[in-house]
Design a protein around this ligand. Structure first.
Ligand SMILES: CCCCC/C=C\C/C=C\C/C=C\C/C=C\CCCC(=O)SCCNC(=O)CCNC(=O)[C@H](O)C(C)(C)COP(=O)(O)OP(=O)(O)OC[C@H]1O[C@@H](n2cnc3c(N)ncnc32)[C@H](O)[C@@H]1OP(=O)(O)O
Length: 168
């Protein structure tokens, strides 16, 4: 299925998932789709392995967590920040290293205090490797941490590799 990209989301400096200056992290990109979902792209490297050649399950969990947590921002002008309070996963296929993976997330339920969402990590051939669902408490950013947007380099960083369409 083809997903038309309508917006790229922000990256940060040091977040393990989206920090562009975290050399140990995934340096993932996040793209909002016309259909109201969020797609992350990343390429895991040898540092992210569990058994040789296979992505660590905790790292698969982390990318799914952030993709679902960021899906609340899709198509909105206002910022809503989520704190993960419940996350469960089902690991269906091993995930290889050194190839680009796609993670899809969407919001399934929302009220004034919480949101729920689901997501999946998709292998290059289209098979679903991991599925997840999470519950998040909404919180203002200044209640979560002391964020200085400039110091955290919180910005949309355009790349010539940004896609107009993602085929999954
Ligand atoms: C602008 C610059 C930004 C720079 C950013 C840089 C990097 C960031 C990158 C990306 C960010 C973008 C989006 C990312 C989104 C998500 C990604 C990952 C997020 C995380 O990586 S985040 C870390 C892991 N996460 C925690 O570190 C939480 C630890 N925890 C706590 O901090 C407390 O637990 C707290 C504060 C959550 C609540 O505590 P509290 O005392 O305020 O309130 P209380 O306990 O009363 O719970 C209130 C209501 O939540 C219900 N509730 C609580 N826990 C529950 C559970 N486990 N399951 C089901 N329901 C639960 C209760 O049942 C009650 O509900 P009710 O009132 O209806 O009964």
């Amino acid at each position: 299925m083809q997903h038309r990209i309508v917006k790229k989301q922000y990256n940060s400096k040091l977040c393990f998932i989206c920090g562009l200056k975290n050399g140990s992290g995934l340096q993932a990109s996040f793209y909002e789709t016309e259909g109201g979902e969020l797609i992350a792209t990343f390429t895991p490297s040898d540092e992210h392995q569990s058994y040789p050649g296979r992505l660590h399950g905790g790292i698969a969990s982390a990318i799914l967590d952030e993709t679902i947590g960021r899906a609340i921002l899709v198509g909105r002008e206002e910022e809503i920040w989520g704190i993960t309070i419940d996350l469960s996963l089902s690991y269906k296929k091993p995930i290889p290293l050194g190839v680009e993976l796609k993670v899809v997330g969407r919001i399934t339920e929302e009220n004034s205090r919480f949101f729920h969402g689901t997501g999946e990590i998709v292998l290059p051939g289209g098979e679903v490797a991991v599925t997840g669902k999470g519950k998040y408490l909404k919180a203002p950013l200044d209640k979560i941490a002391d964020f200085d947007r400039d110091a955290q380099e919180w910005a949309v960083v355009a790349s010539e590799r940004d896609p107009e369409i993602i085929d999954i």
